[in-house]
Design a protein around this ligand. Structure first.
Ligand SMILES: N[C@@H](CCC(=O)N[C@@H](CS)C(=O)NCC(=O)O)C(=O)O
Length: 215
């Protein structure tokens, strides 16, 4: 059985968990905090989460994990049949991660962990996000799902990352840059959150967040 390792506050962990739930794959979870501990580095090369444990060994990097799960468990596919459409889903995922989530991540220290981000970094991130979000809207369909008429792996990624970026930009810039770029985002998020898989991920995330704040 697949073991998902990490913690439920991480959007990369939750992306992987949502995919496991959507595909109906049996899995267990192990609470693991990122670190440079030698035992962890043997399981995850940079000490990051998430990673999974398979019958063959460990696997890190959430997108690689998604692709592995799709190939190993082809039932309940989360990609379109058409090869070009599949690639378009992956193109959207790559944009979401490289051009939106990754720049926004530089704000998380202040948004979620009580740290401080310099004004220079905030200005740099804002510029990158404006470009990234504008670029994303040249690819999104919202008809009603992000890549077309079917729920795909891209929705698993978009729901988690765009929600985080929305929270982060509201807190840092006093404006929701996601809503500004994508007016239909609220109804889209609501639609994804009507799925039982997303509800489970959100409920577990709320518990993890409450435990984190208590500490
Ligand atoms: N590209 C990685 C990103 C994973 C990642 O950055 N995870 C964060 C938690 S959300 C982490 O482990 N951070 C600890 C660190 O950067 O050392 C993936 O897709 O899995």
């Amino acid at each position: 059985m697949i073991k998902l390792c990490g913690f439920a506050i991480s959007n990369y962990y939750n992306k992987t968990k949502l995919v496991l739930l959507e595909k109906g794959i049996e899995f267990s979870e192990e609470f693991v905090i990122p670190s440079q501990d030698e035992t962890l580095l043997k399981r995850s090369p940079l000490g990051k989460i998430p990673f999974i444990e398979t019958e063959h060994g460990c696997l890190s990097e959430s997108q690689v994990i998604l692709e592995y799960l799709e190939e190993q468990y082809p039932e309940n596919s989360l990609y379109p049949v058409d090869i070009y459409e599949r690639a378009k889903c992956r193109e959207l995922i790559q944009h979401l991660e490289l051009n939106i989530e990754l720049p926004a991540r530089r704000l998380y220290k202040e948004v979620f962990f009580g740290g401080f981000v310099s004004d220079e970094t905030k200005a740099e991130v804002k510029e990158r996000l404006e470009i990234g979000l504008k670029g994303l809207t040249r690819l999104t369909k919202f008809s009603p799902f992000i890549a077309g008429d079917t729920f795909t792996a891209t929705d698993c990624v978009a729901w988690l990352h765009l929600s985080m970026v929305s929270i982060a930009t509201q807190k840092i810039y006093d404006t929701d840059m996601v809503v500004q770029a994508i007016p239909e985002i609220a109804s889209y998020i609501q639609m994804v959150e009507s799925r039982s898989s997303a509800q489970k991920v959100a409920a577990d995330r709320a518990i993890a967040m409450a435990n984190f704040i208590k500490k």
